[in-house]
Design a protein around this ligand. Structure first.
Ligand SMILES: Cc1cc2nc3c(=O)[nH]c(=O)nc-3n(C[C@H](O)[C@H](O)[C@H](O)COP(=O)(O)OP(=O)(O)OC[C@H]3O[C@@H](n4cnc5c(N)ncnc54)[C@H](O)[C@@H]3O)c2cc1C
Length: 543
């Protein structure tokens, strides 16, 4: 039996090592090494409730906080599974070499993240993601040494090989040869992360552009909850990207304020009391947006030693990119796109609506409902990889692959034809215009008018994209990926227009109430250039 895992961040690697451990040869492909994945950026920590905690925390509280944070549209069964496996995942990570921060009695320490009733975020100094990635890379190498995992770089997902609704591998674009390679596999797992390219500058990795989910959508995969996009309230503006000022700063007591006539107004504490600075991300983002003033985050009152020990990454980012000494001065912050609750719709076993095609990590939508709690995505990246790996190992293989030569030849010809033609229209001009549209029309606050305008703009960009044959100023990937990226962008705006209520990260100024009739996930499908959205009232993805 052969498995193909596409994307080598934490979710892809967790899946690959779980498959290999169960005796299934797995090929793990990505354009860049795991050390360049978005997963390494995670600084704040990973959530779990461990036995023996003395503060009354429990799996049930973790489940409740997660469901509440997701405004009760994150699947209950899925969330239960996620939270119940927190301890097992922490123990596993320790066993492969992840070193969590401990107190003077050698007990792992926890910090508070927004929307949590207890401190349950375990961390490794300020480099949790890096530590987990390093440990998983070592584990993947161990399996590579015994021939159970093959890791290949410079390979991008191009399209899925699908026959009669069953996936049997993928076409991969090789950056080195500029050719398509066909890869047959019994099971294919997509682990390509979020959809940052839709918004241009975000806190995340530009390698995660939403292309794979967009292309699969065009090939028949359903997408879910696309309208829920998490704006992180505290990011620092730099020329290249928005640098995350981790929630850990607020977890350590950081206070948000703005200036009015030279006086500090601690707006979150004034409105929401003692826990104001730790309210959920959507709420704080909206408060900053509503105040219409520059916001600041102050942690300078904390002793320097604690800052060095627990917030060194934030300290370094502020100094390196803006020359700000957080021990002495507040940090200017603004909300920015940070996490995608929506993505490929998957069942509890992480299979999509296309048989033998799975999705894990941030590219899949299942646990976080309308809003994700900080620390829950590293947990879900690990857990989803394990769930898919275990599920696949329990299946039997079809083995006899269908003949897809004609499809593959057709795709190769299309690609070659596009290389031979020229266009004067730069691909990045359209990507930049798309980012502007998404930020303007699908921002922290949306309404029917802005969403209509967004749909119309994206329709126009798609019509131009059809005419661009090949922009020689950029690598081939950026050419062939454009249409699918625009298509998933259109589906996102369309889903947001159809949800005529406010819930979690989706806030509409023309429908400010949360409405019972919308208390379901939204599922969007594609056909002949059109989108169809339905609410998952039968909860088909909860099984
Ligand atoms: C700045 C920042 C801080 C964060 N902090 C935290 C935190 O403290 N706690 C927490 O729980 N979460 C945090 N998150 C979120 C968390 O890091 C991510 O949700 C998680 O790491 C996603 O893991 P993943 O494996 O799904 O995707 P990624 O780590 O993004 O990996 C995606 C992989 O897919 C590959 N890929 C992409 N496109 C293609 C393609 N077309 N073909 C082939 N391969 C492709 C990429 O190269 C990469 O290998 C943070 C996110 C950011 C941006």
């Amino acid at each position: 039996m052969e498995a193909l895992v596409i994307g080598s961040g934490i979710a892809g690697m967790a899946c690959a090592v779980r498959l290999a451990r169960q005796g299934i040869h797995t090929t793990l492909v990505s354009p860049a090494p795991s050390e360049h994945s978005e997963s390494v950026m995670a600084a704040g920590g990973i959530n779990a409730t461990l036995q023996g905690n003395d503060d009354g925390d429990s799996v049930e509280s973790h489940v409740l906080d997660t469901l509440k944070g997701g405004c009760f549209i994150g699947g209950e069964k899925a969330v239960k599974g996620l939270c119940e496996h927190g301890e097992e995942i922490i123990r596993y990570l320790e066993s492969i070499g992840t070193v969590f921060s401990v107190d003077s009695e050698n007990k792992p320490v926890r910090r508070a993240f927004g929307g949590q009733s207890h401190k349950r975020t375990y961390y490794c100094g300020s480099s949790t993601g890096k530590q987990i990635v390093s440990a998983l890379v070592m584990e993947a190498r161990r399996f590579e040494a015994v021939g159970m995992i093959t890791r290949r770089l410079r390979l991008n997902f191009y399209s899925a090989l699908i026959k009669d609704g069953v996936c049997c591998g993928a076409l991969l674009f090789n950056d080195s040869s500029s050719r398509l390679e066909a890869f047959y596999s019994d099971f294919t797992v997509i682990a390509t992360g979020g959809q940052n390219a839709l918004f241009g500058k975000t806190t995340g990795s530009t390698l995660c552009d939403g292309y794979a989910a967009g292309k699969l959508f065009m090939q028949g995969a359903e997408l879910k909850n696309l309208e829920f996009i998490q704006y992180h309230p505290t990011t620092l503006e730099t020329p290249q990207k928005k640098m995350l000022i981790s929630e850990a700063v607020r977890g350590e007591g950081g206070r948000l304020f703005y200036l009015e006539n030279g006086e500090r107004v601690y707006f979150m504490e004034e409105k929401y009391g003692e826990k104001g600075n730790l309210m959920t991300r959507d709420l704080i983002s909206r408060e900053i947006y509503a105040c219409g003033k520059e916001a600041f985050l102050d942690i300078s009152f904390l002793d320097g030693k604690t800052i060095d020990e627990r917030l060194s990454e934030v300290r370094d980012i502020c100094m390196k990119y803006r020359g700000i000494d957080i021990k002495k001065e507040p940090i200017p912050v603004s909300p920015s796109v940070h996490f995608f609750m929506g993505g490929l719709a998957v069942h509890l076993n992480h299979e999509t609506n296309i048989e033998n095609l799975f999705a894990v990590g941030e590219c899949a939508s299942i646990y976080h409902g309308a809003n994700r709690l900080g620390g829950n995505s590293l947990l879900s990246a690990m857990y989803s990889g394990f769930v898919a790996g275990t599920e696949i190992a329990g299946r039997t293989s079809h083995r006899k692959y269908p003949d897809l030569t004609a499809y593959m030849e057709g795709e190769r010809k299309n690609l070659k034809k596009s290389f031979d033609s020229k266009s004067t229209f730069p691909v990045f001009y359209i990507r930049d215009m798309l980012a502007e549209t998404m930020k303007d029309d699908l921002g922290i606050v949306r309404d029917e008018k802005s969403l209509e305008a967004g749909l119309s703009d994206i329709g126009y960009y798609l019509s131009i994209a059809e005419k661009i044959r090949y922009d020689r100023s950029v690598p081939p990937y950026f050419n062939y990926s454009l249409k699918a990226i625009l298509t998933i962008a259109g589906a996102t705006v369309y889903s947001a227009r159809e949800r005529r209520e406010s819930r979690g990260a989706h806030y509409r100024s023309d429908h400010t109430d949360t409405k019972e009739e919308y208390a379901y996930s939204s599922i969007v499908s594609y056909g002949n250039g059109d989108y169809t959205v339905r609410l998952d009232k039968e909860q088909i993805y909860e099984s």
